[in-house]
Design a protein around this ligand. Structure first.
Ligand code: SAM
Length: 292
């Protein structure tokens, strides 16, 4: 919420972060959300939805690289990728760095987020929407994964859910129906990842996702990275695959694939990739509690 040129995040009761609004660039109640884009002297241009920080120019690379290169380099031969959400364009940018990827469908509920991020955060998408491999659908992700005809060439090797928190329009993207739809659209050996909240603050999301996603995926686990403006510690990324061996890919193999694809990164490395699946004990215990 905006108060005296300060943006106060309202995600947690009694705790939060605030940012000086050094220049307000855009503010609108869209059909789905309250969208705000402003300039902050520390984090550059940043976007918030419904009182929650979504992305900033300064730290977006951490989140976008980890949500993209970990599943794609684990898979090793991803040609068709589905992005759910991701309206700022950062995930799309990173996916399209993989020349092996031939087709990307992105399903974003709010066209205003796409348009305003193209205008005010152009470095996030960096021309990715103009790439001939990009197929943008403005719709609710649950509709897309529920309605899509399951034919071999309509399925995907990797699905990335870059969604908001499980409140408002994003809530349905943490539902069993959504995971069931994603499972249906995954090719054999396919990999699903999703933002899953900051575990120290939102441990219930780890438990709920373990229960719901774990029901449909042979292997359901998490990896993590610390994103400064997702306040409260490390962020977890949900991982689902019907190939339980997939995430045990060796460091050597990931390194080979990373070197071969020739992608420049600022956070992601094969060593970070492997280390990211080492979770704090309290998170392992939360997962175990559900699986017991
Ligand atoms: N990285 C951010 C995070 O972790 O909080 C998410 C960023 S991304 C901008 C989130 C996007 O999800 C937004 O553009 C929002 O409009 C979109 N979104 C929310 N609910 C959705 C739904 N049901 N279907 C498709 N997109 C949705």
């Amino acid at each position: 919420m905006l108060k005296d040129n300060t943006y106060l995040e309202t995600l947690y009761d009694g705790y939060g972060q605030s940012f000086s609004v050094d220049e307000m660039l855009f503010e609108q109640k869209t059909e789905h959300q309250h969208l705000v884009i402003f300039n902050n002297k520390m984090f550059g241009r940043m976007m918030a939805l419904d009182g929650v920080i979504q992305t900033t120019e300064k730290d977006e690379f951490i989140y976008h690289e980890m949500m993209t290169h970990v599943p794609i380099l684990t898979h090793g031969n991803a040609k068709r990728v589905l992005i759910i959400g991701g309206g700022d364009g950062g995930i799309l940018r990173e996916v399209l760095k993989h020349q092996n990827v031939e087709h990307v469908t992105m399903v974003e509920i709010d066209g205003a987020v796409v348009d305003m991020c193209k205008k005010w955060l152009p470095n996030h998408s960096a021309g990715a929407y103009e790439d001939p491999r990009t197929h943008l659908v403005i719709d609710d992700g649950i509709n897309f994964v529920s309605d899509s005809k399951k034919t071999p060439d309509s399925r995907f090797d990797v699905i990335i859910s870059d969604c908001t928190d499980p409140i408002g329009p994003g809530e349905v993207l943490f539902s069993s129906d959504f995971y069931a739809g994603c499972k249906r659209l995954l090719k054999e050996g396919g990999i699903f990842v999703a933002q899953n909240g900051v575990c120290f603050m939102q441990l219930d999301e780890v438990e709920t996702t373990t229960r719901r996603l774990g029901h449909y995926m042979e292997d359901c686990y998490f990896y993590s990275a610390a994103v400064p403006t997702y306040v409260g510690g490390i962020m977890t990324f949900a991982w689902g695959s019907d190939n339980p061996e997939a995430r045990n890919v060796s460091l050597e193999t990931v390194t080979e694939r990373f070197n071969a694809c020739g992608i420049e990164t600022r956070y992601y490395s094969p060593a970070i990739h492997k280390a990211a699946f080492a979770l704090p004990r309290y998170v392992e215990q939360a997962i175990q509690k559900v699986n017991d």
